[in-house]
Design a protein around this ligand. Structure first.
Ligand code: ZN
Length: 378
């Protein structure tokens, strides 16, 4: 997979061959993308680039030209116009097929709750990648679908519990985007039934996205009752969120009240805070998905920082890819390169045994996800 030559050859070989479990990912797009659409797919910004600049002039843009171009039979570092022309010549289905297969991801745990209609569904993603896929259900999406069915305020709590139970059957985990809809500084206690009923009445009358903090807390506490791993978006994302309110340490009081596995997603630039939480709370885990992709040649630093305080059984791989299959490919490739380089450096310095480095890479890349989400062995 083109990872860097390393001072630890057994580690490099093991990381190259590892079928990754991507515990937070979205579907891939098979749309035909022109240069502007591709560039838009590589940023979390909903705005056009500043005049005279391009989103392709970024760590991620450079990584696409370096690492995705060869998968499309182009030289490394090819210019963006030639890359887009080749993409269109091959056709989006072939591009997705090549990039997904080359990622070496063996199992996708897919968040189906965001713009899923524009993307390959879990079965489509699995087929295109030659991999397996399972679903992670987004709480807010379940509530919003349910609201459209005409439920009343008095029946909201029971109807949500039923809807979540039905959707969660066969899913491996649940996810909340409370970081986007409110912030992680929510009241850590469950709301009372009276509060839920009043808030449901207000929201069902007003309609729109669910942003009410009482209802968001109710969704979260209903999810806790299932016992399934619960993913929290933390850290960077699009500007719907207010960054400093996505610091996962804001969850501390909530974490003291629950015992279900809590999966902190992305976390950057608060991945060190997340590492601390994973070190002191047995049920807390983290990843640096999306940050690895976005930081490109600097992703080694992010991966190294994620492995400072956190116990190695609490860190997971994810790509958080959404849309262009370049993101699925780079999430895996940049993670493999970073882990090989970072752990290899510690082996070369005499700090780590190479056998321990191989074991940790396999835990973070696949084993920890298989244990926490109770996935079957491949
Ligand atoms: Zn995501």
């Amino acid at each position: 997979m083109g990872t860097a030559p390393a001072s630890a050859p057994a580690l490099a070989a093991a990381v190259d061959a590892l079928p990754l479990v991507d515990h937070h990912v979205h579907g891939a797009s098979t749309a035909d993308l022109d240069a502007d659409a591709l560039a838009a797919g590589l940023t979390e910004s909903p705005f056009p680039p500043a005049p005279g600049t391009s989103f392709l002039d970024s760590q991620l843009g450079f990584a696409v030209r370096r690492w995705c171009a060869p998968v499309l039979d182009l030289p490394a570092h090819v210019d963006a116009a030639a890359y887009v022309a080749r993409r269109r010549e091959l056709g989006p289905a072939e591009v997705a097929h090549r990039l997904l297969r080359a990622s070496g991801i063996g199992h996708f745990l897919v968040d189906t709750g965001y713009r899923a209609g524009e993307l390959l569904d879990p079965a489509g993603l699995a087929a295109a990648a030659g991999a397996r896929a399972a679903e992670v259900v987004r709480l807010e999406a379940v509530a919003e679908e349910m609201a459209a069915t005409g439920v009343g305020a008095g029946g909201f709590a029971a109807a949500f519990a039923d809807a979540l139970h039905a959707r969660a059957t066969g899913a491996v985990g649940l996810k909340t985007v409370v970081a986007y809809r409110y912030g992680l500084d929510f009241d850590p206690d469950p709301p009372t039934p009276v509060q839920v009923r009043a808030a449901a009445g207000d929201w069902l009358r007003a309609g729109g996205r669910l942003t009410d903090p009482v209802l968001l807390r109710h969704l979260i506490w209903t999810a806790v009752g299932t016992g399934l791993p619960l993913q929290f978006h933390a850290g960077l994302g699009d500007p719907d969120l207010t960054l400093h309110r996505t610091d996962p340490s804001l969850l501390t009081e909530f974490l003291r009240r629950v015992r279900v596995p809590v999966m902190l997603l992305h976390c950057y630039p608060y991945h060190r805070a997340a590492g601390y939480l994973a070190a002191v709370f047995p049920h807390v885990h983290l990843d640096v998905g999306l940050a690895v992709t976005m930081t490109g040649a600097r992703s080694r630093a992010v991966v190294a920082e994620a492995l400072e305080l956190a116990p190695f059984g609490k860190v997971l791989f994810s790509s958080d890819a959404f849309g262009p299959p370049e993101l699925h490919h780079l999430g895996a490739l940049l993670w493999r390169r970073a882990v090989t380089a970072v752990l290899g450096e510690w082996v070369a310095a005499g700090d780590w045994a190479e056998a321990d480095a191989v074991r940790v890479a396999e835990l973070v890349g696949a084993g920890n996800a298989r244990r926490v989400y109770r996935l079957e062995e491949p």
